[in-house]
Design a protein around this ligand. Structure first.
Ligand code: SF4
Length: 382
């Protein structure tokens, strides 16, 4: 089973923390849709043997497209690829786009899952992050999504600093955010720590002294609170940033974590065919021009054994399944199995990693917040 990712590279305004590829100029939207359809057709032979189990519209902001434009892209996928009987078709959407009319029209397309970029129910957070929507739109959007879709996910961001607020007040506001999300009872919740990516507005604000550096201890406390609250509400914490009710793991993202093949179309999108990774040019005009000339503008890298091992460690340890020693041995060789066992010892002794039944390496509950650092220590550097 494989997946297709479609990148919609437009946003109404730039969020202060975001380093994804997007443009706030929408004048090329029609040409972009045409180019995406052309790329889907152009690459059909490379995924001719694959059964497509998920189609994912990410961005950018896919909900800047009309339901008719979204359906046109879905039909382009259906005409060139072999799709499973009941694929997951997800649209990332921002609350300010989700009027009742829009959601109702969307419910008549093949989209069957919406991932709503709520991020916060508090205006203070939304203004800090320069989100395009306001706090009342966060709630209104979910009200309408719930009327028309059974399957939807809520995105939240924790660790957002609030000047003039004590740590306790910030944590209480986060608890209110999670409580509000739970009140809608979504099948799935994704929660990400606010991070400072290079060359973003947030990065500039911190480097220029306009804002203090982010306080990691708040993010840690709020992550722990999130885990506790979602566990009490019977959500499974199945991946570092993802929580699901039973049977509602995200099919598309699970494919990434399980090392399955996927095709990304659109500017900046990545693809993986089991041996190599490729990525399209991150420029809307360049992408459109090249595709209209019949050329896909991309770069490719073939993964070495150690790079594939590193990928497996990184994606596997972020999930509750962990990484299997036998699989490491079979896929990468016995020296990699010996390497990971040796490198893991220190973190096992610190209680941050555990070797379950001597066969599966997993992050422990106290280690979870430090997953990225632990993973980095197990990487094999050639
Ligand atoms: S809406 Fe999403 S993609 Fe667009 S700027 Fe904000 S975080 Fe980035």
């Amino acid at each position: 089973m494989s997946g297709i990712y479609i990148h919609i590279p437009f946003c109404k305004q730039a969020c202060s923390y975001c380093d994804f590829h997007f443009s706030t100029k929408m004048t090329s939207k029609d040409q972009m849709i045409e180019a995406l359809c052309m790329e889907l057709k152009m690459r059909k032979d490379s995924f001719a043997q694959d059964q497509i189990a998920s189609i994912y519209f990410g961005g950018g902001t896919p909900s800047v497209l009309s339901p008719i434009e979204i359906e046109r892209l879905i039909e382009a996928v259906y005409s060139h690829y072999s799709i499973t009987d009941n694929p997951e078709i997800t649209l990332e959407a921002n609350p300010d786009d989700l009027s009742e009319d829009y959601i109702q029209a969307l419910s008549k397309t093949k989209v069957n899952r919406i991932s709503v970029g709520i991020q916060s129910f508090h205006q203070e957070d939304l203004s800090f992050m320069n989100r395009a929507h306001n706090a009342s739109q966060s709630k209104e959007a979910l009200h309408w999504v719930k009327q028309y879709f059974d399957n939807y996910s809520i995105d939240l961001i924790y660790g957002v600093p609030m000047s003039g607020r004590t740590s306790e007040e910030q944590d209480l506001l986060w608890i209110e955010n999670v409580t509000m999300a739970l009140a809608f009872s979504p099948n799935h919740i994704s929660a990400y720590a606010l991070t400072v990516e290079p060359k973003t507005v947030l990065d500039h604000q911190i480097k220029s002294g306009k804002l203090p550096p982010l306080d990691e201890s708040r993010a840690h406390a709020q992550f722990n609170e999130l885990r506790r609250m979602l566990k009490d509400a019977a959500y499974e914490h199945y991946e570092f940033s993802n929580f699901s009710k039973q049977g509602f793991y995200a099919v598309n993202n699970s494919g990434y974590w399980e090392g399955k093949r996927y095709m990304g179309v659109g500017p900046s999108s990545h693809s993986y065919d089991g041996e190599s990774r490729s990525w399209n040019a991150a420029s809307n005009p360049l992408y459109i021009k090249a595709i209209f000339e019949g050329i896909r503008p991309f770069e490719v890298e073939y993964l070495s054994v150690s790079e594939r091992y590193n990928e497996y460690i990184m994606t596997g340890l972020r999930t509750t399944k962990g990484v299997e020693l036998a699989k490491i041995n079979a896929l990468f060789g016995p020296e990699y199995e010996s390497y990971v066992i040796k490198e893991a010892q220190k973190k096992i002794a610190e209680g941050l990693l555990e070797l379950v039944n001597e066969t599966v390496l997993k992050i422990t509950a106290p280690g979870l917040f430090f997953t990225d650092g632990i993973v980095a220590q197990l990487f094999y550097i050639d």
